[in-house]
Design a protein around this ligand. Structure first.
Ligand code: GLA
Ligand code: ZN
Length: 679
């Protein structure tokens, strides 16, 4: 459990006292108390203060701060500060500086700026993590470790080039194998010496400065993506190990970013004790998309609760337009995270910086510096509520019977693909099928291709373009045992090196889906087709508009559920299902509008007896968390206005107000209920 030392939903966030004089520290403690803040993440970006010179470390100010926190009941999510190297280090050891996608050697600046394969960076980051862990291992304030910050980006320097070759040798053994996997006979790319291999960027295989997905060699680019994710992971692992030598029992994390493309978080997750992530939607982000990101983060460790490490209390600074969170939204979105499995609610940032690019980023304490602001009041009210909630919800779990396949490698490969259309993107497809469940209050787990499918009734795998080795067999096993599997157009196209399958798409999924795809039509943005549903399926009846891409498929053993309405392939199958053992495998050969995806998913769920947690009006989100035989139902009203909800005949107690509720209840705009079923 995350919160054993402090058994409540932790409340706090990133704190940068090193940017402020001592008087402010005292004032901060007073304000934290008023807001019921009990955890601060620090020091996130203080390497240059902690190690002002190569052989000199300065921990005095941090000792003082941590003591002050301990005295005031504020715990530390202690950060290792390695997300920005000191300027002196860049000056003395230029190998810490990255080379960018354009091939330019960077100079000192910004953050998240270290080459992950720099020996200097590896050595000094490990050393700092180790010194911090040794120094604070018994500090009463310590509750968790926060390694670096938001790992990301990429580097194309000489160190990375050399490390890439070693990575390839380890993965493939021989250069012949690399040539084979990358299909290098194309355009005469055969390599005869490891030294000939260079990173794929704008100086080599890439075709566009502005669109880094445009590559001439998918195999190389895909492997470099894997390699970069692994390189950054290695930096994390080295700090993790350094910390564990001193504090084996304190949990360690690093903050993720949800659907962040460059890092394969499923590959990272086993090395984190706990998942934590930073939730930064804009005011216009769809609620189901935020929910999806939470569920993805929960899925990384198969349902284990996660930390909401950062969110803004009010506004951001880095979006093109940084609207304020409207009154009530910060609270509502905080609980939305909890509703999806978070056991902490934390902010960036506790006090707003004075200078540089984040001075207009929201904070609990604004530049006004006192508690008499709307944002502070809202934060303090939420803080009080969390104290009252105590440990009631901690470590409770979500039970989903529907799973959605999410595969970073597929995402990379799909978007590196040259053709059939630039409009095909992975996330919108995932979001569409996720939203179909979300719209109906049906819980979903996000799973990787390596994870167990058997505990689910339905597995949905949108645009499973790259099939991981062995995945199709798992699908066959799952379906033959009675599972429902749904996949879509442009699936089963390539292997894990982006080499096209031979013998007909969807390759290894051909048997289970009972179809094969002969051609793929990419539609112009203004073109549409439709799926005409056969009379045998009244639940799905109608002509349903589709766009983007149309697979021209042949039903082999599959039953045709719908056919294309127009074009030269009118009348050919567009939606099929195949009986395979005890189960069904569905193939959606094109990209329907949301409304039809909703209906299709509802139909599949009803066949499995999966019903909504609660039938609710639009804009109401419902989830459930379970523990010790109890069920907690979250009912979140994302609408600005109040609305009536029907809770049915069960009797509930609302944990937030203590009220007993049943039947029709009125829920205020942006308000929520956390209901415990009464015996
Ligand atoms: C990220 C970082 C923080 C801060 C916020 C601003 O999540 O981790 O340091 O820059 O963004 O939104
Ligand atoms: Zn590098």
């Amino acid at each position: 459990m995350i919160n054993s030392k402090l058994p409540k939903i932790w409340y706090g966030g990133d704190y940068n006292p090193d940017q402020w004089p001592r008087e402010i520290w005292q004032e901060d403690m007073r304000l934290f108390k008023l807001a019921h803040i009990d955890v601060a993440s620090l020091p996130i970006f203080s390497w240059s203060l902690l190690q002002p010179e190569e052989e000199r470390y300065e921990f005095g100010w941090l000792d003082e701060m941590l003591d002050l926190m301990a005295k005031n009941g504020v715990y530390a999510c202690l950060a290792t500060s390695t997300a920005t190297h000191p300027a002196w280090m860049a000056h003395r050891y230029p190998d810490v500086l990255r080379v960018d996608f354009q091939g330019r050697k960077r100079r000192f600046g910004i953050r998240h700026n270290s080459c992950p394969n720099s020996p200097t960076y590896r050595y000094y980051s490990r050393r700092l993590a180790s010194k911090l862990a040794e120094r604070y291992k018994n500090h009463p304030a310590l509750v968790a470790w926060h390694v670096s910050n938001e790992y990301g980006g990429s580097c194309y320097c000489e160190n990375c080039t050399r490390a890439f070759r070693v990575w390839l040798q380890t993965r493939y053994g021989s250069l012949d194998e690399v040539n084979e996997r990358w299909n290098t006979r194309f355009w005469g790319h055969t390599f005869y010496d490891w030294e000939e291999i260079v990173p794929p960027n704008i100086l080599s295989e890439h075709l566009s400065e502005s669109d880094p997905t445009r590559t001439a060699f998918q195999g190389i680019s895909l492997d470099y993506q894997r390699f970069m994710s692994d390189s950054l992971l290695q930096c994390y692992i080295e700090e993790y190990q350094a910390i564990k030598e001193h504090t084996p029992d304190v949990m360690v994390t690093t903050n993720f970013m949800g659907t962040y493309k460059p890092l394969n978080y499923f590959a990272w997750a086993p090395y984190l004790d706990i998942i934590s992530w930073d939730n930064y939607p804009s005011n216009k982000t769809d609620m189901s998309t935020i929910a999806l990101r939470h569920d993805l983060m929960r899925g990384l460790k198969e349902g284990q609760p996660f930390m909401l490490m950062e969110q803004t209390p009010s506004t951001q600074n880095w979006q093109p337009h940084n609207g304020l969170k409207r009154p009530g939204v910060m609270r509502l979105w905080s609980y939305q995270a909890v509703a999806h499995g978070a056991d902490t609610i934390m902010f960036f940032q506790l006090r707003r910086s004075r200078g540089a690019c984040e001075k207009f980023h929201g904070a609990v304490i604004s530049h006004a510096g006192h508690e008499h602001t709307r944002v502070f009041r809202e934060c303090a009210e939420l803080g009080k509520e969390l104290v009252e909630l105590g440990d009631a919800l901690l470590d409770s779990r979500i039970h989903a019977r529907v799973a959605l396949l999410f595969d970073w490698e597929n995402w990379w490969a799909l978007e590196f693909s040259s053709g059939p259309t630039v409009d095909l993107k992975y996330l919108p497809q995932i979001e569409k099928y996720y939203r179909a469940c979300w719209n109906q209050n049906i819980p979903v787990d996000l799973i990787s291709p390596a994870m167990d499918m058997d505990k689910y009734d339905i597995v949905i795998a949108p645009v499973a373009y790259l099939l991981q080795p062995g995945y199709a067999e798992k699908v066959e096993e799952f379906v033959s045992q009675g599972g429902t599997f749904l996949t879509t157009f442009f699936s089963g196209i390539v292997d894990d090196n982006d080499r096209a399958v031979l013998g007909g798409y969807p390759g290894e999924l051909r048997k289970v889906t009972g179809i094969w795809a002969e051609e793929i039509d990419a539609l112009f943005p203004d073109m549409r087709n439709a799926i005409v549903i056969s009379e045998a399926f009244p639940e799905l009846a109608g002509n349903h508009v589709v766009g983007l891409m149309c697979d021209l498929i042949h039903a082999e053993t599959a039953e045709v559920v719908g056919t294309y309405a127009t074009d030269f392939y009118a009348g050919r199958p567009a939606l099929t299902r195949n009986r395979f053992g005890q189960g069904w495998a569905w193939y959606v050969a094109s990209d329907p509008e949301q409304g039809f995806v909703d209906r299709l998913v509802r139909y599949l769920c009803s066949e499995k007896g999966i019903t909504p947690i609660l039938e609710t009006p639009v804009g109401i989100e419902v989830t459930e968390r379970h523990k010790d035989g109890q069920t907690f139902t979250f009912v979140l009203n994302h609408n600005a206005d109040s609305i009536e909800i029907d809770l049915g005949t069960d009797r509930f107690r609302d944990l937030l107000t203590g009220k007993e509720l049943t039947g029709k209840v009125k829920l205020g705009g942006r308000d929520l209920l956390i209901l415990r079923l009464q015996a």
